[in-house]
Write a protein that binds this ligand. Structure first.
Ligand code: DGP
Length: 112
């Protein structure tokens, strides 16, 4: 499958890793939109949050279990935002589920 985040997960494409375990990987976004902009992915391919099932939802749980540690290592003690874009209207450009962890700045209250 020609998926850029699968290639990052396998190491075929390099990334600036900030966290890794057997199930998930976190790395710096190539085009950061905030001072801290980290992407967190399951290593297993899931197209988007619209493809979450009872069988694969444990991977989302694993991601959220790791988020406090990742945020702490990025010194985001004052808060942060987690975003996942889904499909065309959600402005998802990479079709491998990922969670944007964004912080280091006061976020606008308006979401869209
Ligand atoms: P989204 O619009 O939610 O699908 O965001 C995809 C993000 O992925 C976008 O912020 C840029 C980032 N990105 C795309 N290609 C690469 C890559 O090759 N390396 C890294 N580190 N980030 C990438």
């Amino acid at each position: 499958m020609d998926c850029i985040f699968c290639k990052i997960a396998s190491g075929e494409i390099p990334s600036k890793k900030v966290y890794e375990d057997e199930n998930i990987l976190a790395f710096h976004d190539i085009n950061p939109q905030t001072p801290v902009h980290i992407l967190i992915i399951p290593k297993k391919h899931i197209s988007s949050a619209d493809e979450i099932t009872a069988e694969n939802s444990y991977l989302v749980a694993k991601i959220f279990e790791a988020i406090p540690e990742i945020a702490k290592s990025a010194s985001l003690s004052n808060g942060y935002r987690i975003i996942t874009n889904i499909g065309e209207d959600g402005a998802q450009t990479v079709k491998h589920i990922h969670f944007h962890l964004m912080g280091g700045v006061k976020m606008p209250e308006k979401m869209a």
